[in-house]
Design a protein around this ligand. Structure first.
Ligand SMILES: [Zn+2]
Length: 419
């Protein structure tokens, strides 16, 4: 050991490794240094041998608690934070009735600033340490969102919405404003802040804009987020607006928007060819089951996603999603699919490491691998869960189905207690 100081956290740890593998360590420990970087993880015996307690190495004893990695929300809209639960029976009407008017309020910095503060406060209270976030069409409001995010230990991919087929902006304005924000913010906070180019969805964008964004993101390996095949009505619109393309997915792939680091939200109504395009591109899909049920959009075909090895992560899709709670997203995910398709352990993977990997933060968060940020949630163990060999699965299940957010005792991001 050198002169650095360390903290050792002792608890019952659940650590997702991939969709079907995880570590369950009842007497575990996590050690991290003063920079919030994990230096050891395993049984408490192993960790304490490597990092014995003493001067410069202190213990925080959470032995009676359960610890999971901090959550990742792969798709949410900051300017829709105040629109949760506004009823409409389909996406396009909902956008026209409520969303465009609410997003207009972000032309003013004061409103944008307040919502950014409220959003980040809400996120940490649910244990969310990482997210991919849509801003509004306004560069000022998006700059505020990025600047407030950069003052936190969160890992954030954020972009100004691009929608040049509307009166809000021209193609040139959209590109120039986005590039300016990209140059100012991408890679800040030691790579914890990334700029994500954000064409709203194909119907709001011209082909010229999509082409230009595709050129920028493929040349710079920059992040990109958009929506894909959320509803049938949207699909019809895309067919009319882009008659030269074979499918909705092709509108993005032929314009080079799909690559590793790109996230398309929803991906519900897809043909077999489109699953193959998604797989070959290496992009990720944001699965937002709460939002899909709320807007009656349809149900993602998770079997096809798995068969095609398409990477997915969980998103709240605020404001069509009703809550930031990842516990709710996991519950809706399990409800949306067939028996045993999604176990509690798998749901936790998609809400943590799976999500981190598709945003491009998989090397710094999502689980307790040495070298990553110490991002974790301390959870009170549900008292009613019987102590048998299925104990951990039942704890995870109880948290998912019985509003796990009420069990959160503390949230740490990059080793700092933030909640
Ligand atoms: Zn969305």
């Amino acid at each position: 050991m050198n002169n650095k100081s360390y903290l050792v956290i002792r608890a019952h740890f659940f650590n997702p490794l991939d969709k079907s593998h995880w570590e369950d360590i009842p007497d575990g420990a996590l050690c991290y240094d003063e920079d919030g970087r994990i230096t050891a993880f395993g049984t408490s015996e192993e960790v304490l041998k490597k990092f014995p307690l003493g001067r410069y190495c202190e213990l925080i004893d959470y032995s009676d608690y359960f610890i999971i990695p901090a959550f990742v929300d792969v798709h949410l809209h900051a300017p829709q934070f105040n629109c949760r639960g506004f009823y409409s029976d389909n996406l396009l009407e909902w956008l026209d009735n409520f969303i465009f008017a609410e997003e207009e309020k972000f032309a003013g910095s004061a409103y944008a600033s307040n919502i950014a503060t409220e959003l980040y406060k809400g996120m940490v209270s649910y244990g969310i340490g990482t997210a991919s976030i849509y801003g509004s069409v306004h560069p000022n409001a998006t700059d505020i969102l990025l600047s407030k995010g950069a003052k936190t230990p969160m890992k954030l991919a954020i972009g100004k919405v691009m929608m040049d087929r509307t009166d809000y902006e021209t193609t040139e304005e959209s590109i120039n404003q986005s590039l300016e924000l990209y140059n100012k913010w991408d890679g800040k906070n030691g790579g914890r802040i990334k700029y994500s180019f954000t064409p709203r969805f194909a119907p709001a964008c011209t082909e010229k804009l999509l082409k230009e964004v595709g050129r920028i993101v493929s040349r710079n390996k920059a992040l990109c987020q958009t929506h894909l095949s959320e509803t049938i009505g949207e699909l019809e619109l895309v067919k009319k607006m882009f008659p030269d393309y074979g499918s909705y997915t092709e509108v993005y792939s032929r314009n080079n928007l799909l690559q590793k680091g790109s996230i398309v939200a929803h991906g519900i109504h897809l043909t077999d060819e489109e699953y193959v395009i998604l797989k070959d591109s290496g992009c990720g899909v944001a699965h937002c089951p709460d939002s899909n049920m709320f807007l009656h959009s349809g149900r993602m075909n998770i079997t096809k996603m798995f068969e095609n090895d398409i990477r997915i992560g969980l998103g709240s899709d605020i404001g069509a999603g009703s809550t930031l709670s990842p516990f709710n997203s996991m519950k809706m995910m399990i409800y949306s699919h067939g028996i045993s398709d999604i176990t509690p352990e798998m749901a936790f993977y998609f809400a943590t490491l799976g999500g981190a990997e598709i945003i491009g933060f998989g090397d710094i968060t999502g689980n307790f691998k040495v070298g990553k940020d110490a991002d974790f949630i301390v959870v009170r163990k549900p008292k009613k869960v019987p102590h048998n060999n299925n104990y951990t699965r039942q704890v995870l299940s109880h948290l998912i189905f019985c509003n796990g957010e009420h069990h959160i005792k503390a949230v740490y991001l990059k080793g700092e207690r933030v909640y």
